[in-house]
Design a protein around this ligand. Sequence first.
Ligand code: 13P
Ligand code: SF4
Length: 383
Amino acid sequence: MAIGSIADLLLLGSEKDLASERGVSCAGELPAASDPDLIERARTARAKLGDQAYILGHHYQRDEVIAFADVTGDSFKLAQAAAKRPEAKYIVFCGVHFMAESADILTSEGQQVLLPDLAAGCSMADMASGEQVARCWDQLGELGLTKGTIPVTYMNSSAAIKAFTGRNGGTICTSSNARTALSWALEQGERVLFLPDQHLGRNTAVMQLGIPLDQCVVWDPWKPMGGLTEEQLRNAKMILWRGHCSVHGRFTLESVNEVRNRIPGVTVLVHPECTHEVATAADLVGSTEFIIKTVAAAPAGSSWAIGTELNLVQRLAETYKDKHITFLDKAVCYCSTMNRIDLPHLVWTLESLVEGRVVNRIMVEPEVAKYAKVALDRMLALP
Ligand code: 13P
Ligand code: SF4
């Protein structure tokens, strides 16, 4: 597996610690992956739970999990789907931690959100902690810059960062509406603090809003004043947090060039979490939902090289056998945290519910949830 940075390595190594920090997991209770009855056990538990349970499956999940999803979608669509099912007491979120938090924020009090494996975090979301962002805001305040700076926070962030955004007049965005969110924010203030994915922020600002690259600066949370000068901060339109996706950040310009040489007429389609170099070299850039819709609408016989999570690309290739669908870069692998959710974890979660035990519940503190919802509601109110 190609490793993007030291931060990625540390994050991969610390998945276990994050799990224990986030609460009790399934130690000692997990069915063996080799159990030949796993599928039958999942079916039986699912049937016993009936309408009480609602299983959400993010597009990046394994096939064995997607097979049991009542609804599939991107992070935002899934949180909304859960909110529209008040009769479902148990929301089993097959995705990653920040998605389950958003579902908890958007669902009603009587609903409980469960994440089958607490180690299913997101390395990008973990790159911006509440303390780091508060420190950044304080330092911008010392320069008198917070007044004209609007926080715009990607859905892929902890509830604490979403709450910071809500408290400070900002909005949440997804990869589908980042352009609208940025335009709105730049009408409210002079500049944007974009958290936590520098690539989505830069790609949207430069490629969709025409903001010059040199007006995008990167705030490094490990350096005093983000490693920037006062002048750089004053002149910036976009202060991009130094965060990235450990999966999408690994696609390279070489892989784009290689696939173009290998497959004449291929269309390169990538997610905006890819680097700016890759996004500008691609033919099309868009969110998970955009990628799915674009491939679905493509003519039979057309060729596609797709730069997003591997489970999704494999499923697209399987679904649209009449089109030639390739994964953009052989050196990139699955999202390791998305892949933590597997059939044994799902069976354990469902069987526990059948026994009356709610395991791995994700609960956002009420004060955090209140302000995170303010930021999410601002997004919903965007034109
Ligand atoms: P979506 O917002 O498309 O669900 O993306 C989530 C994600 O993790 C992308 O890497
Ligand atoms: Fe996070 Fe990237 Fe995995 Fe998405 S693909 S959950 S951004 S690490």
